[in-house]
Write a protein that binds this ligand. Structure first.
Ligand SMILES: C[S@@+](CC[C@H](N)C(=O)[O-])C[C@H]1O[C@@H](n2cnc3c(N)ncnc32)[C@H](O)[C@@H]1O
Length: 300
């Protein structure tokens, strides 16, 4: 039974810093670049003044010309713009929807998964001895790269061609073996159903479904409506040796506790605890800023 929530923050991500937050914005340092972008949750006052906020090289203006706003560049960005975490390197780009191509808070989950896999004992040899991981709604491949680097065979599923292309660039940038990732441009729900029919098994599954999204053929994804079935299908894909099942949620109207309760019911026949909480970033004054929710099961 879940009776407390965890506040997770990434550790050892020296290329990322949340400098300040407030007045519905965040000020962040990614490598050598300081950016300023909207954060509707940051409803509190800022702790730093214009001498700090004025250092931004790029500002995302929600009233700018794009579909949801646009970046304004005050200084030119490095080409390529890169950051490193735990020996893995990532290519950043100012995306049209205020993103950089990486969610820094996810580094806490990456470290958790790698730690859980350390105790994996496989009976196979060669390819079969490497943990098989399923990464759903996998975006630009942050977790895919970290897990492939840790020696896993990753199946990376995303419905967006540009996201898969970016993930591929990140994979190449890290000089990882080609066979370490299977790239699937597919609808996550359909892909999982097919894997269940084929009797596929995975030693770890992670997913980062959006609140609302579309498969490659336009099929609609809604977090609260579709997650329960997807989770129960995923549980049947877990191998007897499986180490974890991790679910993230951004901008959903679900709470961490609701997500934890759902996951706990889905893995009821598995031994091992379920925990839930918020993925946070700590700003330079020590204030925690919540970015999303998670629930995770691990084998005991
Ligand atoms: C919140 S992002 C994932 C962030 C990523 N996990 C990370 O930490 O960097 C959600 C992703 O889900 C993808 N997506 C949306 N609907 C989908 C669907 N039905 N099937 C597969 N992927 C989908 C989007 O293309 C997007 O890349």
């Amino acid at each position: 039974m879940i009776n407390n929530l965890i506040l997770e923050t990434p550790q050892g991500f020296s290329d990322f810093e949340l400098l300040d937050s407030g007045a519905s914005e965040r000020l962040e340092r990614w490598g050598g670049v300081i950016i300023r972008r909207p954060d509707p949750q940051a409803i509190w006052p800022r702790r730093c003044g214009s001498e700090v906020w004025g250092k931004a090289s790029a500002v995302f203006d929600p009233a700018g010309k794009g579909e949801r706003g646009a970046w304004k560049f005050l200084k030119s960005l490095p080409q390529p713009w890169t950051v490193e975490f735990s020996g893995a390197k990532f290519l950043l780009k100012p995306s049209p929807f205020k993103h950089t191509g990486l969610f820094a808070e996810q580094a806490a989950n990456w470290a958790w998964m790698v730690e859980k896999l350390k105790s994996t004992r496989s009976t196979g040899s060669g390819q079969n001895s490497r943990p098989k991981i399923l990464n759903l709604f996998a975006y630009t491949g942050g977790a895919t790269v970290i897990l492939a680097k840790a020696g896993c065979l990753v199946t990376h599923v995303d419905a967006s061609k540009p996201a898969i292309t970016w993930a591929n660039e990140n994979h190449k940038f890290n000089s990882l073996p080609q066979d370490s990732v299977r790239w699937m441009l597919d609808d996550a729900v359909k892909f999982v159903k097919r894997e269940v029919r084929r009797g596929a098994k995975y030693d770890g599954i992670l997913m980062d479904p959006p609140a609302f999204g579309h498969g490659p053929t336009g099929k609609v994804w809604k977090f609260n409506e579709h997650l329960p079935d997807l989770l129960s299908d995923c549980v049947s894909l877990l191998s007897s040796n499986a180490r974890f099942l991790l679910v993230n949620g951004y901008a959903t109207n679900s709470s961490a506790l609701a997500l934890g309760n759902l996951l706990e019911a889905a893995v009821v026949r598995r031994s091992g605890p379920v925990e839930a909480g918020e993925l946070c970033l700590k700003d330079s004054s020590g204030r925690l800023v919540s970015t999303g929710i998670f629930a995770r099961w691990r084998t005991s």
